[in-house]
Ligand binder design. Structure first.
Ligand SMILES: Nc1ncnc2c1ncn2[C@@H]1O[C@H](COP(=O)(O)OP(=O)(O)OP(=O)(O)O)[C@@H](O)[C@H]1O
Ligand SMILES: Nc1ncnc2c1ncn2[C@@H]1O[C@H](COP(=O)(O)OP(=O)(O)OP(=O)(O)O)[C@@H](O)[C@H]1O
Ligand SMILES: [Mg+2]
Ligand SMILES: [Mg+2]
Lengths: 255, 255
């Protein structure tokens, strides 16, 4: 089983879209795939047709009582081979409850060991802020994907994310391999092109070869509650995520 | 002097873009305009050519020592009649420092009284989270603008913002008048149209008549560090914000 986290402290950069699209592609290729929603806003949970404001069993129950059977909290989605560990808005209180206690960074990775024979891939959608939820996701993952919008203001946010990552890595013995994923690239605007050029010069090794273009069909997909690869397999955005997946699968042998 | 705050807990919805574009329009019309950056990420500060990671005097100095001369912290921008009270990344620590103390919600509104004869309009760009910075902005403003992307996932975020607003309003005697501003509307996608329809039915009174369209020139403007009304006065996005400003000026007589 391989665990991939999708994180960036900046909001609105394409974290949830990256999670649901990669998960959709993996499930179409026959891999048993689990999505985990660690965001108190619960975008991934809403996207899958559940309500994070009223849901009973969620990631929150697992943090409250780690002995709860994780299997009882995992939900089916409408799609084959695709499962969800939902979020609830209650997880927003976890920082205040757990923040000061030590050793709370490994709850998720211990839980995931219990399902390692049931899934091939796990994808974690992170909240747009640093806290106990993101720390748990970074501690549990084998590979980290950092989506970055190809525009000026987002580049500054990326530097801050890299700074945070280095801080967290210091407290983990093994470093987390990561890829930086340019998203919402609009080849018509100079701003997008110059931002991409900046990323290529600044992060030549970590930058993914795949570049995700602007594609209005992503919004249609979120309205329809379907991963775009299932709703419109020939969409521009799907092709770019498929080549990202190919390079991630090539880099990370299934374990 | 009138104070307008721009806020939404969801990230990436167009808060900074709304602040800089309205401020640009006001300064072009000859109004003395102050922008305040209350976001630890400092997008507005970077947009104006300053560095929130290294800047010395900022909103942070005012919260640390309210007797500091606010006039000494206000910076010029390259544009006539347009001034900036910059942010610094240090303001991210204010929640931990001030959060538990009472009475910290009125620091900004007391400060602004000291400059009320120098400016006609003040525009506050808020961070994408609830905390002492947003509470200060909501307590200081005469009118609140809530940008919402016209897409499915953002609608859920809006409900949460409205919930927060009602909570904060209860602790303030006078309610804050507010407008909900649809942003990044893309008339080519059904998702955008359906989201707009949902907003029109759900918030018929608070929804602004102006609808901000998707316009790639906003990214060019942030790369160039210029408000779009100054860089490209005929851009589609500028026209929409100008009609928003007309209705806000009609609603809120200058005081
Ligand atoms: N490549 C793309 N082209 C066009 N729109 C996109 C693309 N990727 C994402 N979007 C849209 O951008 C918006 C933000 O995306 P998303 O919700 O995935 O970001 P996020 O980083 O998860 O946000 P948050 O920080 O709020 O969790 C959504 O409306 C989504 O449909
Ligand atoms: N009407 C629009 N059309 C196209 N792009 C837009 C529009 N408004 C904003 N943008 C772009 O969307 C991105 C996010 O906008 P902005 O930074 O203003 O959002 P924000 O709510 O301030 O984000 P944050 O929560 O990070 O502070 C920016 O790249 C901006 O250029
Ligand atoms: Mg998200
Ligand atoms: Mg902003």
């Amino acid at each position: 089983m391989k665990v991939w986290a999708v994180a960036n402290q900046k909001g609105g950069v394409g974290k949830t879209t990256t999670t649901i699209t990669l998960a959709g592609l993996l499930s179409l290729r026959g891999y048993r795939t689990l999505m985990i929603d660690m965001d108190p806003h619960g975008s991934l949970t809403s996207y899958s047709g559940y309500d994070p404001d009223t849901i009973e069993d969620s990631v929150y129950s697992l943090f409250q009582n780690p002995d709860v059977m994780i299997a009882s909290v995992i939900k089916r989605t409408k799609f084959d081979q695709l499962f969800l560990l939902p979020s609830s808005t209650a997880i927003a209180t976890l920082d205040r409850q757990l923040g000061a206690q030590g050793g709370m960074g490994l709850i998720l990775s211990h839980m995931l060991k219990r399902v390692s024979s049931r899934f091939d891939y796990v994808l974690i959608d992170c909240p747009p802020m640093l806290g106990v939820l993101m720390v748990n996701a970074l501690a549990a993952c084998d590979h980290l994907i950092i989506p970055v919008q190809t525009e000026f203001l987002a580049l500054k946010g990326l530097e801050r994310m890299m700074h945070t990552l280095k801080m967290i890595m210091r407290s983990r013995n093994i470093p987390v391999p990561y890829s930086i994923l340019p998203t919402m690239f609009d080849r018509r605007t100079r701003a997008s092109q110059q931002s991409l050029q900046f990323l290529q010069e600044r992060y030549p090794i970590e930058l993914s070869e795949a570049i995700i273009p602007v594609d209005t069909q992503f919004r249609e997909a979120s309205r329809a509650g379907m991963p775009l690869p299932i709703m419109a397999p020939d969409a521009r955005g799907v092709g770019a995520y498929a080549s990202l997946l190919d390079s991630l699968l090539g880099q990370a042998p299934t374990g």
